[in-house]
Design a binder for this molecule. Structure first.
Ligand SMILES: C[S@@+](CC[C@H](N)C(=O)[O-])C[C@H]1O[C@@H](n2cnc3c(N)ncnc32)[C@H](O)[C@@H]1O
Length: 222
């Protein structure tokens, strides 16, 4: 009989006791990650200045791009929030079961041909800046070698940021999973040049022992 490694036994125990796992089951979300996006959704409203109008992250009628979408928790939330009249375009290396209101591309976001498919779905030729919101929850498959995993994570974040720079409409929003490493400060500095407001957020639904954080950019400009 194979013995379970202590780390996976700990993961199983945490998973069983995790209130967000139970909530996702109850609410019909494909992943506990859905609650991270639901929390980020209210952030611009909760933290607005007294002179700023009420504003939620994702609104009806918007076009949202979800990078690293599988199994689909964020896409489910985004599809609910953009209705009526909006759309969600999602991509992942892994297959994702279809979701109403979500167009999906299966493939590597770093591959130019796959990126071209995504751009076709967004009708980039006719309207190069069609996205109101870019979401990236992309994270590399862990190799177990910290320096390799960190470098892969940073590359995904940098590529998603470049995609946002070419795809977002003026005033657009970005939610980007960022990774600590040599490029971290540079990506935050670039975001400060391109967005009116930039915040680094660790949602409550993010596991305590995970260093995960998200960069939220509001008010994109050139
Ligand atoms: C944390 S999961 C996303 C969870 C998702 N937000 C949800 O709510 O269900 C990260 C995803 O990034 C995807 N990913 C990693 N590298 C990628 C790449 N190069 N291109 C596309 N997807 C990628 C992984 O396959 C994985 O499904």
């Amino acid at each position: 009989m194979t013995r379970r490694r202590p780390s996976s036994a700990r993961w199983l125990q945490e998973h069983r006791e995790d209130p967000y796992v139970a909530a996702a089951k109850r609410d019909g979300y494909r992943s506990r990650a859905a609650y991270k996006l639901l929390e980020l959704q209210t952030y611009p409203h909760a933290h607005r200045q007294p002179d700023q109008p009420a504003s939620l992250l994702i609104q009806p009628g918007m076009t949202v791009v979800d990078l690293g979408a599988a199994p689909g928790g964020w896409s489910q939330v985004a599809a609910q929030l953009v209705a009526p009249g909006g759309r969600v375009v999602a991509i992942d290396l892994l297959p994702m079961a279809p979701l109403p209101g979500v167009d999906f591309v299966e493939g590597d976001f770093l591959d130019e041909q796959v990126l071209a498919q995504l751009n076709t779905l967004l009708d980039q030729e006719k309207n190069p800046r069609s996205a109101h919101v870019i979401l990236s929850d992309m994270a590399p498959n862990m190799s177990g070698i910290p320096s390799v995993d960190q470098a892969r994570g940073e590359l995904l974040a940098e590529s998603a940021f470049q995609f946002a720079e070419t795809t977002l409409r003026p005033g657009g929003r970005l939610v980007l999973k960022v990774f600590q490493g040599s490029s971290f400060h540079s990506i935050v500095a670039q975001a400060r040049q391109r967005f009116e407001r930039v915040k680094l957020i660790k949602p409550r639904a993010s596991r305590d022992r995970s260093p995960e954080q998200y960069l939220l950019g509001l008010g994109f400009h050139h």
